[in-house]
Ligand binder design. Structure first.
Ligand SMILES: Cc1cc2nc3c(=O)[nH]c(=O)nc-3n(C[C@H](O)[C@H](O)[C@H](O)COP(=O)(O)OP(=O)(O)OC[C@H]3O[C@@H](n4cnc5c(N)ncnc54)[C@H](O)[C@@H]3O)c2cc1C
Length: 121
């Protein structure tokens, strides 16, 4: 049994559900679509919206979501490398060694080294 059932989980529904739940009400928030999903919008956030997000303590989360959403997918070679590393602990350690300075970046990322890692897994 719910105190409130909110239909539509975007701009209007989500904060309504959040604010009611914060007041202790049992809330069901439903939407006919799955998320994340795109919507017809210019994606402009009005300053009143920014102020609301800040007031609710959600502005940092919003900014980090925007940054992640605008990230480009890694190139196919890097995707293959990460897939290979996920199955090879020793090479994963060497990969992080390039960050720590214990493994030479040039050596690790040399084409023959990458080929060996990708084909051996
Ligand atoms: C082309 C365009 C560009 C826009 N650009 C901007 C912009 O840049 N900045 C801005 O601030 N505003 C913009 N707007 C306005 C903004 O999109 C709306 O003000 C805002 O989306 C309204 O939010 P809402 O939650 O009321 O409705 P919606 O965003 O429409 O959300 C309604 C939700 O309810 C769900 N729903 C509907 N019926 C049912 C059902 N029967 N069962 C279950 N779920 C259901 C839908 O799936 C949807 O997720 C734009 C609007 C348009 C059309």
């Amino acid at each position: 049994m719910y105190d409130a059932i909110i239909i539509g989980a975007r701009c209007a529904g989500s904060p309504t559900a959040m604010l009611l739940a914060q007041k202790g009400y049992k809330v069901l928030l439903v939407d006919k679509t799955g998320f994340p999903s795109d919507t017809p919008s210019t994606h402009f956030l009005w300053h009143a919206g920014v102020a609301r997000l800040k007031h609710w303590g959600l502005l940092d989360q919003y900014e980090s979501t925007v940054q992640r959403a605008s990230l480009k997918p890694p190139p196919p070679e890097l995707i293959k490398l990460f897939a290979a590393l996920s199955r090879n602990q020793a090479e994963t350690d060497r990969f992080f060694g390039t960050d720590a300075g214990t493994v030479s970046m040039q050596e690790f990322f040399a084409p023959e080294s990458l080929r060996r890692i990708i084909t051996s897994s």
